[in-house]
Write a protein that binds this ligand. Structure first.
Ligand SMILES: Nc1ncnc2c1ncn2[C@@H]1O[C@H](COP(=O)(O)OP(=O)(O)OP(=O)(O)O)[C@@H](O)[C@H]1O
Length: 302
């Protein structure tokens, strides 16, 4: 069995009234690429920030290599790319590398890091003169400088074009093939599908799915039946109900059967549309559950 490099146990983080992370327990085993998915504000960054020692849990414990994540012994063994990078504009790319490398006993050589992330030609460029995508590549490259065993990448490819994204994917894959462990958050399902073997879906601060990417893909065998209907009948084939304006999306595994059931139920529906499932539907089905619960409660109040 693989070693667990990082572990969250019953972790909650509140900011005033807001519960950003709500009773999350999560193990990160060695050698894994773990994708963390979730809608905006779901709590992904807060969770990552607790793992890397930038935030403390309000409740529960986080361990990094068996230590408190703020312990330098543990932090030396990780690499981090935060969602936003604030680098001084007049410092050159090569100098940024030098500064970061000086914090580690055995950093990767500059030429290797810059080449791996297609930054070699930009070594003399001031960071203020980098494009958004180049800046992002630099931010991700810096996570690898200290030869980390575990990297946390918070939306590593946001703002990158297709080529930039593929360059980064290759770098992440190479790191993993050499035994490195990766936790990445992303809004791109395709990215998680390409890179991660395991997916954790977070919604409203809670883990709503934790499964292999293959299983999540299988969930994408779902279909979406969209109708306008005064009230959704309680049919067994409906996995999830989403209300979009006056339209209703019914997520189901068997669209044909659901349409037959709708007709048989006698409900007056109109504007029938059927779409094949996608990973996006699977994700929506998982993250829509909370909304559905709220809707159901509201609808059954007497
Ligand atoms: N420093 C803070 N002070 C107050 N509230 C915060 C703070 N940081 C995060 N939050 C709130 O906590 C919740 C979770 O935020 P978080 O940034 O962790 O989500 P996320 O899943 O990373 O979102 P996104 O995908 O938009 O980056 C949100 O409601 C957010 O507004």
């Amino acid at each position: 069995m693989n070693d667990v490099l990082a572990r969250a146990t019953g972790v909650t983080r509140r900011y005033g009234e807001v519960t950003a992370v709500d009773d999350v327990s999560l193990d990160i085993p060695a050698g894994q690429v773990l994708g963390v998915l979730g809608p905006n504000g779901a709590g992904k960054s807060t969770l990552i920030n607790m793992f890397v020692g930038l935030r403390r849990p309000t409740e529960g414990t986080v361990r990094l290599f068996g230590h408190d994540p703020r312990d330098l012994k543990a932090r030396r063994r990780i690499g981090v790319t935060p969602q936003e990078t604030g680098l001084p504009e007049t410092v050159k790319v090569g100098e940024v590398y030098d500064f970061v490398a000086s914090h580690f006993p055995n950093p990767l050589p500059k030429a290797e890091v810059l080449a791996q992330f297609s930054l070699t030609d930009l070594a003399q460029r001031q960071t203020g003169g980098l494009s958004g995508g180049q800046m992002r590549r630099l931010a991700v490259a810096l996570a690898f400088v200290g030869r980390p065993e575990l990297v946390f990448l918070d939306e590593p490819t946001t703002g990158l074009d297709v080529e930039g994204r593929h360059t980064l994917w290759a770098g992440i894959r190479e790191f993993n093939a050499a035994g490195g462990t990766v936790v990445l958050t992303s809004h791109y399902l395709e990215e998680v599908e390409q890179l991660a073997e395991r997916v954790v879906v977070i919604d409203h601060g809670r883990i709503v799915a934790d499964d292999s990417t293959d299983s999540l893909r299988r969930v994408s065998g779902l279909h979406r039946v969209t109708v306008t209907v005064p009230e959704v009948p309680p049919l067994p084939g409906i996995v999830t109900v989403e209300h979009v304006g006056d339209r209703v999306n019914l997520i189901t595994k068997d669209a044909d059967q659901l349409v037959r059931d709708l007709v048989a139920s006698g409900v007056a529906f109109s504007g029938l549309e059927i779409h094949s499932g996608s990973l996006e539907d699977a994700f929506l089905a998982l993250t829509a559950k909370k909304t559905e619960t709220v809707d159901t409660t509201a609808g059954t109040e007497h």
